[in-house]
Design a protein around this ligand. Sequence first.
Ligand SMILES: [Zn+2]
Length: 583
Amino acid sequence: MNGRISDALLDRIREANDIVSVIGDYAVLRKTGRNFKALCPFHTEKTPSFIVSPEKQIFHCFGCSIGGNVFNFLMKYENISFPEAVRRLAKKAGIPLPMATREEGVRVQEKERLYRVNSIAADYFSNSLVDTPSGKRALEYLRERGLARETMEKFRLGYAPSSWDELLSQLKEKGFSRELLIKGGLLTSQGKPYFWSRIIFPILDTQDRVVGFGGRILGKGEPKYLNSPQTPIYDKGRILYGLNFSKEAIRSKEGAVVVEGYMDVILPHQEGFQNFIASMGTSLTTGQVYLLKRFSPQVTMLYDADAAGVQATLRGLDLFLEQGVKVKVISLSKGYDPDTFIQDKGREAFSRLLSQALPLIEWRFQLAKSRFDIKTIEGKIAIAEDLLPTIAKERNLIRQREEIKQLSQELSLEEEILWIELKKIKSGRPFSKEALKVGSQPSDLLRKAEASLIQLLLQDESLVSLVQEKLGPDDFIHPEYRRIAQAIFDLSTREKSLSPAKIMDQLKNESLSQMVTSLLMEKREYPRKERALNDLIKTIKDNKLKLEYQRLEKEIREVLERKGAINQEKRTRYLELLKYFRG
Ligand SMILES: [Zn+2]
C-alpha cells in the first residue's frame, strides 16, 4: 500500500497518534497514577491487568503478556499487517504517505481485482443455488442437512454449475482477463472451470473478502471436497474458515472451538455456537495457530479421535502449547462429526458435549492409557514417554508442575524421576546451531543475564554507550535478545533519545515487541546499576569464552586422536582460556 516509509515519517505518524487516545477507542481506560488501566481486550478477565503507559507510549497486559506500541495494538486488535496499521494511523492523523512503488502498486491492484472477481463469482454461485435445476438439488441437500435459508445466505453458500458461460461472459464484460481468472484459481491452467457440479463454500478472510472457495461434490464422486489452489490472495496455511463470523464471539467467549470442515462450523453457528472455526484439514499449520492466537489464548479442539489424522492433529496441538495457548480437547464418538452430532442428538446434548472438554494433557493420558497397559512397568514408561514431550512444551510453569504431579500419581512413579526425564527432553532440544556444535546449551542463567541486561538498558538509556564499549550484539547467544540489543544499539547511534515505541518499530516483530514491553513493565529495580551491569556483561562474556573453550578442546582432542599436529595459535588460545577458567 505504501512505498518505503522513512523512519522519520514513521516517528511522525506514531507521535501524532497518542496511544492512550487510540486504545481509548477500543477499551475503557481508567487513570491510575502515571498509567491507564483497562480490562484486557485480548483475554477475558474480571479485574484489569491491561496497562497503557502514556509516558512510554506502550501497552502491556500482565494477564496474557500481550504488549507493544500503538502500531502493535492496532495490528493485534484489527488483525492487520504492519503497513496496514501504519496506513490507517497516518490517515487518522491526516499525514500523507509516499506513493507506492510501481511494482507494489501493480501487486496491490492485482489483489484488489482478484477479490472483486471472487466476489462476483460468489454471487453467481449463490444465485445458481436457486436459479438452476441442479442448483435446486444442492439447495434441497443443504436443507436436509438442517440449514435454514438465512444461514445459507449469511455464509454465502452457492452452487457451481457445470457450465459457467454466464459468469465468464459477465467477468469478460467487466474487463477481467482469462489469465487473471487462472491466476485467481477460478479456472484451471487449461482455462476450464475449477469447480463444477459442486456446492460452494466461499472462504472469507477476517476483513470479509472472498479469498477462495471450497467445493463439495453433489452426489457421488471424488474428491468429495475440493479447495481453491494457492493464489496471491489465498494461502490456505494462513486462513481459518469461519473466523470472520466468529471472531467477536471468540474474543468475548472462552476462546475458539476448532473443527475440521465447513459444515462443522455452519450448523453449530446456526444453533448458537458462534465461536467455531475450521482448519480445513486435519492438521493445523503454524500460520493458523498464529492467526488464532491473535484472537484468543484458549482453544478447544473438537475432533474425531479415531480418525486417521489423529496423529497429525496431536502435532498441531503441541504448536499451541509452545505459543502459550491453553488447549482443551473433545473427542467425538466414532462416526460423528459436529454437524451430524447436532443433527442426531440436538442442541442440548451438543452443549453438554462441549462442557466435557478435557485439558490436552488429560485427553492425551486417556488416549495413551487405551494404547498401553498401565499395570506393567513397560506400559508406564511408554505412557510417560508419550506424554512428557507435550508437558515439556507447556509454557505455563505452574500448569507444568501440576501436570507432572498428576502424572506421577496416575502412574505411581516418583515425581523426581519424571522431572529428570522432563529435563532430559528439554535439554535435548538444541537451542541454536552454535550451541549444538559444541554439544552444550546456553543455561537459564545466561538467558536471565541477557534479559536483565536488556532490561537495564531499557530502564536507563545512559547505560547503552557503556555496554556498547564492552559488548556487541553478537555476544548475545539467544537470537531474540541479540535482535533486541541490535535494535537498541542501532537506534542509540542515530537518535538522541531511546523511546521504547521506537525500538518496537525498529524490531518489526510482534513477539520481540512483546518481550520488550514485558521487560519494561516488570517492576524490577537494580539498586547498584553499574555493578549489576558489569556482572551481567561478565556472565555473557564468560559464556562466550566457555563455548570457544569447549570448541577448541573438542578440536584438539580430535587432532590428538588422529595423531595429527596441533595448530600453535589454537594451542596458545586454548591454554589461555584454560588458565582463565581454572584460575
Ligand atoms: Zn490480556
